[in-house]
Design a protein around this ligand. Structure first.
Ligand code: HEC
Length: 147
């Protein structure tokens, strides 16, 4: 009986934990390290994703190489993303864009779909995410197309 309650406690704390990390529009699975889209209206676009990827707003290129010849500077703090679409599923890529710190809490990669709320966050960014859910989907579509 004791064992049963112990298992029940472990299982329910796991699900609480998973729920606590869920974000609007996406369902985060911390055990399998992926994030599913739960808003069917969100459809990503490869072209828009590529544009966001190279934009100064998110600066993916400051840490990653990608097949974008027109951009001169590609960083190498992070792994090359040349064939990332052959390595990961869309759900796996999505979690990395939403919050790479769920996989590696020491990651230097910013969490792009987590509300920012730090003591010195400027007021206009307080409780906002860096990317919108649509922008996350555009990036996922673009990265998944890199085979
Ligand atoms: C400050 C550096 C930095 C920035 C900026 C950054 N990343 Fe990363 N990224 C990393 C590092 C480092 C990793 C390796 C895993 C880890 O340590 O979290 C990573 C891992 C990844 C991965 C998984 C790659 C693999 O092969 O495992 C993807 C996909 C990714 N980043 C996409 C992006 C996108 C898209 C952006 C912009 C929206 C971005 N990153 C911005 C540093 C960065």
């Amino acid at each position: 009986m004791k064992i049963f309650f112990l298992i029940l406690t472990i299982v329910s704390s796991f699900s609480l934990f998973a729920r606590a990390n869920n974000v609007a529009n996406f369902e985060i699975d911390e055990i399998n390290l992926l994030a599913k889209k739960n808003n069917v209206k969100l459809i990503g676009n490869i072209k828009r994703g590529k544009k966001i990827f190279s934009s100064r707003k998110v600066n993916c290129l400051s840490c990653h190489e990608a097949p974008i010849k027109e951009e001169k500077f590609h960083g190498n703090f992070g792994p090359s993303l040349y064939r990332v679409g052959s390595v990961y599923s869309k759900d796996e890529i999505r979690l990395r864009v939403i919050n790479a710190k769920i996989i590696n809490s020491n990651s230097i990669m910013p969490a792009y779909y987590v509300k920012i709320n730090n003591p010195r966050t400027p007021k206009n960014f307080l409780n906002k995410t860096i990317l919108s859910a649509q922008e996350v989907e555009d990036l996922v579509e673009y990265l998944y197309s890199l085979k």
